[in-house]
Design a protein around this ligand. Structure first.
Ligand code: AMP
Length: 291
């Protein structure tokens, strides 16, 4: 595996392409099984796998969160290498945002709700850095996790709107056995807060069960809220997974998304309900049926 720091080095490392397919997995590091699953998917589908490792300052609205973000490049590089990654692109901030940098990619309404409303500027940072990464790597396929469902919708929108020649491959959320969605931020939870954090996946599970037993969207949201009493909820919402407009019924696919602070750590999670879904009698404890 080669570690490269500049776009020029990256382009040299990827040339000549000779018809080989290139897959990109954008990350901010502190790898866990969710990241590794994306790398495996890329390894399976593509001839050349590039992982980017960049803690993007412009997508953090909270300076303390940026400072506290876990970083361990040596560990990440060893994990990426073990997954058969070919190139790790780990640029310094000044390579991505040199002096004079002045362009922002802004996605409209979809990026202004939920995460966008609670983290002003977040999706401008995401859209701008992802556009830059796609242009730097020029992958055939870019891999993202459904864990960040609104990020997926924003990226799909910008790829369509800007005619970017890349396929977006979205993979399921990887969870711990008790249902907690893996996140680099979980490392900052105390044992007690980790227990309380299970409220997020349990709330999604409650929503899903209500949806599948004929309740209304509002009733299902109430069931979700009832599980979230021990955490500081920022939002819990049922939306269309593409537009992020509020869902009024279960006639189409519905995405339920939650954000909450647990002991000062901000966590997000989501699940989807399809109209054709059938109630599974024995869902695994704490895990939404379709997350
Ligand atoms: P991050 O390093 O947090 O920016 O995440 C990099 C990629 O990994 C994004 O596409 C995330 O959606 C994805 N990801 C993060 N957590 C998970 C998870 N638990 N399961 C699957 N994908 C994930």
């Amino acid at each position: 595996m080669r570690i490269v720091r500049t776009v020029a080095e990256l382009r040299r490392a990827l040339a000549p392409r000779d018809g080989r397919t290139v897959g990109l997995v954008p990350t901010m590091g502190a790898f866990h099984e969710g990241h590794l699953a994306l790398m495996r998917a890329a390894r399976e589908r593509c001839d050349v796998v590039v992982v980017s490792l960049f803690v993007n300052p412009t997508q953090f609205d909270d300076g303390a969160d940026l400072t506290a973000y876990p970083r361990d490049e040596a560990r990440d590089a060893a994990l990426a290498q073990a997954e058969g990654v070919d190139v790790l692109f780990a640029p310094p901030v000044e390579e991505v945002y040199p002096d004079g940098f002045a362009t922002t990619v802004h996605v409209g309404a979809l990026a202004g709700t939920l995460e966008g409303a609670h983290r002003p500027g977040h999706f401008d940072g995401v859209a701008t850095v992802v556009t830059k990464l796609l242009n730097a790597v020029r992958p055939h396929v870019a891999f993202f996790g459904r864990k960040d469902a609104q990020q997926v919708a924003v990226i799909r929108r910008l790829v369509a709107d800007l005619d970017l020649p890349v396929e977006i491959d979205v993979r399921p959320t990887v969870r711990d056995a008790d249902g907690l969605a893996l996140s680099s931020r979980n490392a900052r939870l105390s044992a007690e807060d980790r227990r309380r954090a299970l409220a997020l996946s349990e709330a999604l599970h409650a929503f899903t069960l209500d949806a599948l037993t004929g309740r209304t969207v509002e009733e299902a949201l109430d069931a979700a809220r009832a599980r979230l009493r021990e955490v500081e909820v920022e939002y819990v919402a049922a939306v269309d997974p593409d537009t992020f407009r509020p869902a009024e019924s279960f006639e189409g696919e519905v995405l339920v998304a939650v954000a909450a602070r647990v002991g000062g750590v901000r966590l997000i999670d989501n699940a989807t309900v399809q109209p054709e879904d059938e109630l599974r009698v024995e869902p695994v404890k704490g895990i939404p049926c379709n997350a």
